[in-house]
Design a protein around this ligand. Sequence first.
Ligand code: CA
Length: 236
Amino acid sequence: MEDKKILVVEDEKNIAQVLAYNLKKEGYAVDTAGDGEEGLRLALGGEYDLILLDIMLPKLDGFEVCRRIRTRSSVPIIFVTAREEEKDKIFGLETGGDDYVTKPFSIKELLSRIRANIRRGRNEMVVEPEKHNTNAMMIGELVIDCAHYSVSKNNVPIELSKKEYDLLVFLAVHAGQAFSRETLLEEVWGYAGFYGDIRTVDVTISRLRDKLGDDKSHLKYILTKRNVGYYLNNFS
Ligand code: CA
């Protein structure tokens, strides 16, 4: 049985109940919060393996809750949203969300995404250091310390979300090799094709480039291979 703990932040009581019921049935421990402030308080105070976050919430909206959680924690966050506009989805990812599902969603799809996000959580290493003979990878001025899940550039720490970190490590392990967005979605997000949205990859790449200080007119680290996808410069 799973003993993972999930926080559901949702103001519509019937939806919160359905979510809690189904998650408990799957063996997850579940807490619920009915507004943004309570959600934020629980998220910052509790040890959660994942947070399901509604966007339209009383007191504090989901984007703001996410932004504030991200100043303190890299817990996986999935937006559960009734909004279908693409810009909302992208904005959700930009505030530091890892994923989103749009209402109405199937419980099966949601559970699959929860499993994928928890599996790729920071508590479980995406890279087993012994396979690479070292705990640290050096890429140009970047140092990726896999033992401590930390990344620094010229000794200055760079704060990454879980997915940004996972993506960087994946690209670093295969530096020089280009991957399609579909492949990255599968390898890094753990999604089989039809659940994922490849725009998720573009947004995360763009966020990662910003954080690594990659200048868009002169990219140094994460490069684009035309008609293929993305790769990390191996500086060879
Ligand atoms: Ca709502």
